[in-house]
Design a binder for this molecule. Structure first.
Ligand code: SF4
Length: 863
């Protein structure tokens, strides 16, 4: 398996890696390999590979280390971590940049007992994931995909070319072959947008406004799928509509707590899941003098207002009203006039039979470009609302989930944060809150977690907030920690943090001359920027020297038609004194005596990561790998551990795949055959059918608290923000940064995107990629270029209210007129990554990180 998820065959000669090719049978890439995958050989033999465990001997940041043995490294780590666990486990903050083994690292942190654990999703994908899970039980990213074989119109928002790239490239190829239309919405016309049939160069941060205008047009024209909305969504749920009621905005429920809908035949309220009921989506139902109205009616009124007309938003979005109207009409035409059907009978969750599958061949996909803005959560929700109104999710031709998704929000864990010294945490760290009572708050209202995830400031931070750990630990807010333990976490050079300030915080000392963050343990395979700031280095292997698994417990490699997972196994013996980080964690866990990692006699339960992969059971019969389970290797999804499981994967090309029965392939949240199959495969233990939530009631519960209802109350300074932003129906508001600056003084948007040729900073291991991306200019729109009389190669000051940098400029016309941008992860700290001190990456490459702050507004302490 390659660096992220594609299948590869590695060819060896005389014990050396000679050639890497795509694995033709692998479900992810079907033999396709991107340029960085082919050139992985340079990553494997990189001069920047760490060679042995090290302890710091000079000042932090100086890069002065002494090589030590693994035994000494384990002793140092154990001596630091054992006393913390006994007294105050929260004083360990454990955060990992690479999240492909998150189910394992999270399990370790839970056994240790600290609440302070997360991976990098908190600054990367959290808006997208939460919006998707709360709204429809699944999200974009790698958790779903367009129906590449049937979609006729494909709209892609804010997608860079580096992620899931081979499947998307192959999919785009299929669309083009079949003559489907591709519309790319992105301020920058590069990559996928360059091959789109139509490019919409939107102004950054306004995607939600544009989408809500499309929704306005569709509602006005009556082009929404009422049958789909009535059957598969909460559009008919009755909502308390009396502003004086303490339950204003909540669903009307029966005695069993089931939301009620109005039966169109009888005019009476019935439970939402009663079979053979056609629910009303308009009207009013009064109970004890309180009016209740269906979600759909409230929704239609909201988006049909003048504020959402194309004319009202055109200027702000940088898209003409005529164009918005035309795109809405195209979406409607393809969805409803080019409907497709598959003659496949299926039975729904209520037992009602359908003799065919009706599809609306409009598919969407989106990524960081929309989710990374401070209004990204609601923007992603708006896009899901658009998809659902068109009836194009989980239908032929639309957007489809990849198992283990879909899964309703209630089937996910809630966050856990109860700490007991010397014992495990009370449950998984990360999850989905259903109301203020699920926040991770101490009795005095302060944050329990060092990153302040699941607080009133960040209530739905389902992936944690890794980018806040260093600044909060430095500020001692909400408390001081003892040890920061990080794995492959170079985030202040990967666009989410202010690099200069982070270096200051890592090296700052208190009045007694001690580091403000007392101990830092760091693991990486390469001498990345973070290495110089750690006290103890645990060197990891390269990806060709280790076992790994892409597990159904994490981010699997599934496609919409099949369940799949895969492994990586060592093809090269390390020629250095390095160890797979996950094996190191397992040994460290055994030395610390963590539950689940030791036998009754205190001996280590697992020999290494491979042993864990094969023998760990998360629930009885369910483990990291779903294929070839049971003693006979025939178990699918469930079955006792198989001592030959890894070999079975190797014999099968490194992956396991199990196709979904045809009857179960679409309408998964409501399809009885799919639900039963998912239970058989161990995805969940009982069927979990659910309806899409156009109106997200948990959001309304936060608003109600901000309005003064309930026991768990927000602090005064956040009341208005909660009221304004946590609307149960998608809304648009200006990104926070834009709200806070004088737009006359700072009229431009600055973006950064990851090059297709790089995978984070790791790309700098690759000599030929360095020739393409050894430096990065600031790309400037034609309008801005002309206004400043620039010539290509001129240097200009780029300033924000947080800092300024001098950068070379280049003109780019395929760019939103108010935008400048550059590639991220090109600029490097001098001396890092084993690059020459005069390397262009260190001397000319630059990062926009110098212009940002993790906190909006920035605070005096820390950031
Ligand atoms: S997309 Fe990622 S995993 Fe696939 S070949 Fe390229 S580098 Fe490897």
């Amino acid at each position: 398996m390659c660096a992220c998820r594609c299948g590869i065959n590695v060819h060896m000669k005389d014990g050396k890696v000679k050639y890497i090719e795509g694995n033709k049978n692998h479900p992810v890439n079907k033999g396709v390999l991107c340029a960085k995958g082919s050139a992985g050989i340079m990553q494997h033999y990189s001069p920047a590979r760490l060679k042995a465990p090290m302890k710091r001997v000079g000042e932090r940041g100086s890069g002065e280390f002494e090589t030590i043995s693994w035994e000494e490294a384990f002793e140092i780590a154990t001596n630091l971590l054992a006393p913390i666990r006994e007294k105050a486990p929260e004083k360990l903050a454990f955060f990992t940049g690479r999240d492909q083994s998150q189910s394992m690292t999270g399990w370790w942190a839970q056994a240790y007992g600290t609440p302070n654990y997360a991976a990098h999703g908190g600054f990367c994908s959290v808006n997208m994931a939460t919006a998707g899970i709360y709204t429809m039980g699944g999200a974009f990213w790698e958790f779903g995909a367009p129906d590449w074989e049937r979609a006729k119109l494909f709209m892609i928002f804010g997608v860079a070319e580096d992620h899931d790239s081979n499947p998307i490239k192959m999919g785009l190829g299929r669309l083009k072959e079949r003559g489907a239309k591709i519309i790319g919405v992105n301020p920058i016309r590069s990559g996928y947008n360059a091959i789109a049939d139509e490019w919409v160069g939107i102004t950054p941060g306004t995607d939600g406004l544009f989408i809500l205008a499309l929704i306005h047009e569709l509602l006005k024209a009556g082009k929404v799928d009422l049958e789909y909305l009535q059957r598969y969504t909460n559009a008919p749920y009755l909502v308390n509509s009396d502003p004086k009621s303490p339950e204003y905005g909540l669903f009307l429920r029966d005695k069993k707590d089931k939301p009620l809908v109005l039966d169109r035949k009888t005019g009476k309220p019935v439970a939402f899941d009663k079979p053979n009921v056609k629910a009303d989506m308009a009207g009013t139902y009064k109970l004890k003098g309180i009016a209740h109205r269906p979600v759909f009616q409230i929704l239609a009124e909201k988006y049909l207002t003048d504020a959402h007309t194309p004319e009202a938003v055109a200027e702000q979005c940088g898209i003409s009203a005529e164009r918005i109207k035309r795109i809405a009409a195209e979406l409607a035409h393809v969805a409803f006039e080019e409907e497709i059907t598959i003659d496949q009978p299926w039975t729904d969750w209520k037992g009602e039979k359908h003799n065919k599958m009706i599809g609306r061949p409009v598919a969407f996909h989106a990524m960081r470009g929309i989710s990374a803005h401070s209004n990204g959560f609601q923007t992603c929700r708006a896009l899901h609302l658009l998809q659902i109104l068109l009836g194009s999710v989980e239908v032929p031709g639309g957007f489809r989930f990849k198992p283990t998704y879909p899964k309703p929000v209630e089937a996910h864990p809630k966050p856990h944060c109860a700490v007991t010294p010397g014992a495990p945490l009370n449950g998984p760290h990360l999850g989905y809150v259903l109301g203020p009572e699920d926040l991770c708050l101490a009795d005095d209202g302060s944050a329990v977690r060092i990153d302040k995830a699941f607080t009133w400031e960040n209530p739905m931070s389902a992936h944690g907030l890794m980018h806040m750990v260093i600044s909060n630990a430095h500020a001692g807010d909400p408390y001081k920690i003892d040890t920061l333990f990080m794995y492959m976490a170079n985030m202040s050079w990967n666009s989410s943090m202010n690099s200069t300030k982070v270096m200051d915080m890592l090296t700052d000392k208190d009045a007694q001359g001690n580091y403000v963050i007392p101990n830092i343990i760091y693991s990486d395979a390469y001498s990345s920027e973070m290495v110089a700031f750690a006290d103890l280095i645990l060197p990891d292997t390269t990806y060709l020297e280790r076992h790994d698994c892409i597990s159904l417990l994490d981010r699997p490699i599934c496609e919409a038609d099949a369940l799949a997972d895969s492994i990586r196994w060592p093809v090269v013996e390390p020629d250095r004194d390095v160890r797979c980080f996950q094996s190191v964690l397992i040994e460290l866990g055994a030395r610390l005596g963590l539950p689940g990692m030791v036998n009754a006699d205190g001996s280590a339960k697992f020999e290494d990561y491979a042993d864990y992969i094969q023998n760990h059971e998360r629930r009885p019969g369910v483990g990291p790998l779903a294929g070839f389970r049971g003693k006979d290797g025939k178990g699918k999804g469930r079955g006792e551990p198989n001592p030959n499981q890894i070999q079975a994967y190797i014999d099968n090309g490194g992956y396991w795949i199990d196709h979904i029965p045809e009857e179960a392939a679409f309408f998964k949240p409501w399809n009885k055959a799919y639900q039963d199959w998912a239970v058989e495969r161990g995805i969940y233990d009982s069927p979990q059918p659910y309806l899409f939530q156009l109106y997200v009631e948990p959001l309304r519960k936060f608003q109600l608290a901000a309005e003064g209802h309930g026991d768990v109350q927000p602090p005064e300074n956040l009341r208005q923000q909660i009221k304004d932003t946590m609307d149960p129906l998608p809304i648009w508001y200006k990104p926070f940064e834009e709200e806070m600056v004088d737009l006359e003084e700072f009229p431009l948007h600055a973006l950064t995107q990851r090059p297709a040729a790089m995978y984070h900073s790791w790309g700098s291991q690759n000599a030929w990629l360095r020739q393409i991306h050894g430096t990065n200019p600031l790309y400037v729109s034609g309008d801005i270029f002309a206004a400043h009389n620039f010539k290509d190669g001129d240097w200009a000051w780029l300033t924000s209210r947080h800092g300024k940098i001098k950068v070379p400029v280049v003109k780019m016309d395929a760019l939103n007129a108010k935008t400048v941008w550059t590639w991220n992860a090109i600029g490097k700290r001098s001396g890092a990554w084993a690059l020459d001190e005069r390397a262009p990456e260190a001397q000319k490459g630059f990062l926009l990180n110098h212009l940002i702050s993790e906190l909006l507004p920035p605070k005096e302490d820390g950031m």
